[in-house]
Design a protein around this ligand. Structure first.
Ligand SMILES: C[S@@+](CC[C@H](N)C(=O)[O-])C[C@H]1O[C@@H](n2cnc3c(N)ncnc32)[C@H](O)[C@@H]1O
Length: 274
């Protein structure tokens, strides 16, 4: 469970800025599974408000949504109902202790959730528990598709990365470096680990280039970095923005920072096979 982000509360604003970025990568891999679509069984681990599961449900009848936050699950259920999709397949659980039978999924997807496993002082024990459970729950050749952020992307994947440096430093302790993640997956028995970086995709695209967005709680609720700032640190972000505005340098600052984002992207997918 995420200790630093109150997802039951955040669920009210989450979908105002977040969508299923990179879903084409997820679908691309899942559609390579050599099974009829009606037989493919997928788990969305840390499904949140169901944005990814919703896309999958449009093509696949067997998608299970799992999350610890009842608030996020309630939003997902509402979304499935609105789109006339099955809504009795949501499960409240801790993804580091998955309650499923062995060898039952063709794919497990996990988007932007591993850093919420509260592993900053545990030597990534909860990540390891999740990998062990995911390995057992996957069928032979099953896919584990992880959406994460590299340390370089934490620093420079958003134009405001330097303005929120205290949060980025704290976040780095929660995000396992991608090379560590890949080697750990191999230790847990996964093979063919691939990494894909969609450099042109922006996570909170709506409002991303508008500096006013950072002043709005609704926008900040879509990026859990902001929950790792103290009130003083958040005020310091506003002060830095005000200074840049007052000296006429804000647009140039955003443009030059965005050149880095265009090169390194904001997130990556790690794909592993059992
Ligand atoms: C950033 S959100 C991502 C939601 C969704 N996957 C997406 O990308 O839109 C992180 C999600 O992980 C969930 N979460 C955090 N720790 C969890 C845990 N130990 N077990 C299950 N879900 C967890 C939170 O409740 C939240 O919904």
């Amino acid at each position: 469970m995420s200790k630093y982000e109150r997802y039951d509360e955040i669920s009210k604003n989450y979908d105002k800025t977040r969508s299923a970025v990179g879903i084409e990568i997820v679908l691309g891999y899942i559609l390579t599974i050599p099974e009829k679509l009606e037989n493919i069984k997928v788990l969305d681990a840390g499904c949140g408000t169901g944005n990814y599961a919703m896309h999958l449900k449009e093509r696949l009848p067997n998608v299970i949504s799992a999350d610890f936050s009842q608030g996020m699950l309630n939003k997902a259920k509402e979304k499935y109902e609105l789109h006339n999709q099955k809504n009795d397949d949501l499960i409240r659980c801790d993804i580091s202790d998955l309650p499923f039978k062995d060898s039952c999924f063709d794919a497990i997807i996990c988007n932007q959730s591993l850093h919420h496993l509260d592993d900053e002082n545990t030597g990534f024990k909860n990540h390891q528990k999740f990998f062990a459970h995911a390995f057992k729950a996957l069928k032979p050749n099953g896919l584990l598709i992880i959406n994460t952020i590299t340390h370089e992307q934490l620093e420079d994947g958003v134009w405001w990365g330097k303005l929120i440096k205290p949060a980025v430093d704290r976040m780095k302790k929660r995000f396992m470096p991608d090379e560590h993640l890949i080697s750990l997956l191999n230790e847990f028995g996964f093979v063919s680990t691939e990494k894909i970086v969609p450099t042109s995709t922006i996570i909170q695209e709506k409002g991303y280039f508008d500096p006013e967005s950072l002043y709005r709680k609704e926008f900040r609720d879509g990026d859990s970095h902001f929950s790792l700032l103290t009130e003083n640190e958040l005020n310091s972000v506003f002060n830095q923005l005000n200074d840049l505005t007052n000296n006429g340098g804000l647009s140039a600052y955003i443009s030059s920072r965005d050149l880095l984002r265009q090169r390194i992207g904001q997130f990556c997918y790690i794909i592993a096979r059992k």
